[in-house]
Design a protein around this ligand. Structure first.
Ligand code: GLA
Length: 755
């Protein structure tokens, strides 16, 4: 396992526990991609590739007079551009002479112990000695433009990371117009693409489409990874599903504009290129300068999406999330937003906190509205001092009083934004992104602070740090509530304006690094109008991200289902909110809302004073149940048991790594008459072990009093029968059958414990 080099054949093989990745320098000095898939006993896979004379696929100059050698058909590790590979390129350049061409030939390689890092950017890190780095150096003989391809190999994690460093060793200045982090060619195979699209309050819905003969781009130009698309895609063989088939994941560790492109070419080969979105990107590289791309996490599974997801969940938890809270038990929180929005004062907050404490909540989070003159979303952003008209007792006293109730205290910030109606904007209008001669675009009536300016970052850091130091603040929700437009920085020359969007993101990373480094004891939660910046780069800084502003349990299931393909439960912020739901008006039982929120870092977002005594009782028991099952929920292996919308219910399961415990969640999403019974085959259990099943549900006496409730007596019997024991083999092969439930959006949680 690890990196093997066959010096004679110039073959580089990267092996993980269950995958192999191979490339070779060919006779003309090009770095060919040979293979990525299940392990092949160290075989030389070059035999699979036969060069062939293809009309209308021109030959590179160095191949002359051979006609059977064309970069237009040869699988490559990273392409050049502007010459005779007419498929999508990994890179775009404008050379000192104005030409658009690059052609990379092999120079040398280096194997390094440990995992490479990327200056100023988040990247997968190693724990102990678990990784190796292969660097392959290439250069363009015509210009001297150089390229370092970086490969990080994590054998036990079944992960390979890739990134590229472009170095200007030409005789002049080079403009980089596209900087792919990686590309990969599949010479053979018929594939589908899984991507995760959405919108505000409906993020990361999985979509599966065939890869056909065109170029497909999954991308964001919103200055954020975005609600609309996620920088994670899966390419799988036709027919692959949760449990079967070859599938390949590509996750970009980047929070800004990105693009993942696929192309099926004339001979049915498939190429994927992933990296920074090239539109509006241009980076000027002076002689001797280097540009580092963000990195892509690649993983392969021969056994379908579930295993692939587990591999991503593992690498994110162990090698991306750095917070000390990553593996620690995170507090059950109550967030003030949906319970009070902007209307509160210190007294109402204390009342809300007391109500939260009574329910068993551990952390009270004061959301938007506590600073500047902020009584709605039109003013105040940027003024990071406490609004003493609302918090009359001052923040330290408020926090002390809340702490005295036995609750931790957390606070909301939106450091990257400014309202025009703020002291900050009045003093520094030039700190907001703006293109000279144009009025700015407004989103939620706010502007974006220009994080490519160090003085802006210093102000934000100093002013917010002062607040964080002023009281015992143990949690911060870091929000971003609009997309980035008006990208410009007048401190840079005109030919460097194409760098600003990326420099803005590097500035945000810098700010996050400073905050998380200075306040290591604070639990940071990311947010961007819910899940508009839900990506691996952000998880490097915060271990959890508010997954969506949609708190309606029913659509939330699809959001969390899509999110789970790449990201672990421990990163998914999920809350129980009031009913009727504030986003959709839907009425759901409080039990169902909790079952769905236990698919993430659990909490509440409502006003406890508005709960009935019955609901309070129910919530107290939910919190106890969550705490009791914390380990299996947050640290267990996650299984999707239904494909969204295929049945009248959805189900998922969490299983502890040692398989001693499992939690099965079932929610009825479509109310049907005379429905067939719910039947679910469980996954991931130990077939040799017996499990005792316990049911938690809100189906109570009320349901049984409905006259002639169909199946009522059987249901009652099912729910009341305790101590049922089934073998893991039976639960996985035969499955579990549950009574059909009559009512609106009912849910059940079934816990299985090894006897
Ligand atoms: C965003 C967040 C919400 C809330 C509001 C406050 O929409 O996603 O949870 O914090 O901002 O303005």
């Amino acid at each position: 396992m690890g990196i093997t080099i066959n010096a004679e054949k110039k073959i580089f093989t990267l092996e993980t526990a269950h995958s192999a990745y191979q490339m070779q320098v060919d006779d003309r000095g090009f770095l060919r991609h040979l293979y990525y898939g299940s392990r092949v006993n160290g075989s030389d896979m070059s035999y699979m590739h036969i060069d062939y004379d293809r009309s209308f696929s021109a030959n590179p100059n160095c191949a002359y007079p051979v006609r059977g050698y064309s970069l237009d058909v040869i699988p490559q590790e990273y392409t050049g551009c502007g010459l005779c590979d007419f498929r999508i390129s990994s890179i775009g350049v404008i050379n000192p002479d104005g030409s658009f061409a690059a052609e990379f030939h092999y120079d040398s390689f280096e194997v390094r112990k440990g995992k490479y890092t990327i200056p100023g950017q988040p990247a997968v890190f190693e724990n102990g000695e678990e990784a190796e780095t292969l660097v392959i150096m290439l250069s363009d003989p015509a210009t001297g433009l150089s390229l370092e391809l970086l490969y990080g190999v994590f054998p036990e994690k079944d992960v390979i990371t890739r990134a590229a460093r472009i170095i200007n060793r030409t005789a002049g200045t080079v403009m980089i117009t596209k900087a792919g982090s990686m590309s990969l060619d599949f010479s053979y195979g018929d594939f589908d693409l899984l991507s995760f699209h959405g919108r505000h309050a409906m993020e990361r819905v999985m979509e599966r489409t065939p890869i056909v003969h065109n170029v497909t781009s999954i991308r964001s130009r919103r200055g954020q990874s975005s609600h609309q698309h996620n920088p994670f895609v899966i390419i799988c063989e036709k027919g692959a599903n949760e449990d079967y088939g070859n599938c390949y994941g590509f996750m970009l560790v980047y929070s800004g504009n990105f693009r993942a492109e696929t192309e099926k070419d004339q001979f049915d080969s498939t190429r994927i290129v992933m990296g920074i979105e090239p539109e509006s990107f241009r980076w000027k590289l002076e002689q001797g300068e280097a540009f580092d791309t963000p990195e892509v996490i690649l993983s392969f599974s021969a056994h379908g999406f579930t295993e692939l997801s587990h591999q991503y969940h593992r690498i994110i938890r162990h090698n991306i999330c750095r917070s000390k809270y990553n593996f620690a038990r995170r507090p059950v929180l109550l967030n003030s937003w949906e319970g009070s929005y902007f209307s509160f004062d210190d007294q109402s907050l204390l009342k809300m906190a007391a109500g939260a404490k009574e329910l068993g909540v551990e952390l009270f989070v004061l959301d938007d509205g506590w600073f500047g003159v902020r009584n709605d979303d039109n003013s105040g952003l940027g003024d990071w001092f406490v609004n003493e008209a609302k918090i009359r007792c001052g923040l330290p006293k408020l926090v002390d009083d809340i702490n005295a109730m036995g609750l931790k205290f957390g606070i909301w910030i939106e450091p990257e934004m400014v309202n025009e109606d703020s002291d900050l904007y009045r003093a520094h209008p030039d700190w907001a992104l703006n293109i000279p001669g144009r009025g700015p675009c407004r989103g939620r009536n706010q502007l974006v602070l220009n994080m490519s300016k160090p003085e802006v970052r210093d102000y934000v850091f100093d002013s917010i740090s002062k607040v964080l130091k002023s009281a015992n603040i143990e949690y911060v929700k870091w929000d971003v509530n609009r997309n980035v437009a008006d990208v410009y920085n007048e401190q840079f020359p005109v030919d460097r304006q194409g760098e600003i969007a990326h420099r803005h993101i590097l500035g945000i990373y810098d700010l996050l690094e400073r905050f998380t480094g200075t306040f290591p004891d604070i639990l940071f939660e990311g947010c961007s109008g819910g899940g508009g910046r839900f990506d691996a780069a952000m998880m490097y800084y915060y271990p959890q991200i508010w997954c969506s502003d949609d708190t309606d349990a029913i659509p939330r299931i699809a959001i969390q289902h899509g999110t789970s393909f790449g990201y672990p439960v421990s990163t998914i912020g999920a809350h129980v909110s009031a009913s009727p739901n504030h986003q959709t008006g839907r009425i759901t039982p409080v039990n169902t809302r909790a079952v769905v929120a236990m698919h993430g870092t659990f909490g509440y977002e409502l006003d406890p004073a508005k709960l009935t005594e019955e609901e309070k009782k129910e919530i107290r028991s939910q919190i106890l149940y969550f705490k009791e099952h914390y380990d299996v929920i947050q640290n267990g292996l996650y299984y999707r048991l239904t494909n969204i919308g295929e049945q009248y219910f959805e189900a998922w399961e969490q299983v502890s790594e040692d398989r001693s415990e499992a939690l099965l969640s079932v929610v009825i999403t479509v109310t049907q008459p005379n429905a067939r019974l719910i039947h679910i085959k469980m996954k991931g259990l130990d077939p040799e072990v017996d499990y005792r099943m316990d049911v938690r549900t809100d189906i109570d006496e009320k349901v049984f009093t409905i006259p002639d409730f169909p199946g009522g007596s059987q249901l009652k019997e099912f729910l009341q029968k305790e101590g049922r024991v089934y073998s893991g083999a039976a639960l996985m092969n035969g499955g579990i059958t549950l009574p059909w439930l009559m009512g609106n959006y009912l849910a059940m949680q079934l816990s299985f414990r090894k006897v």
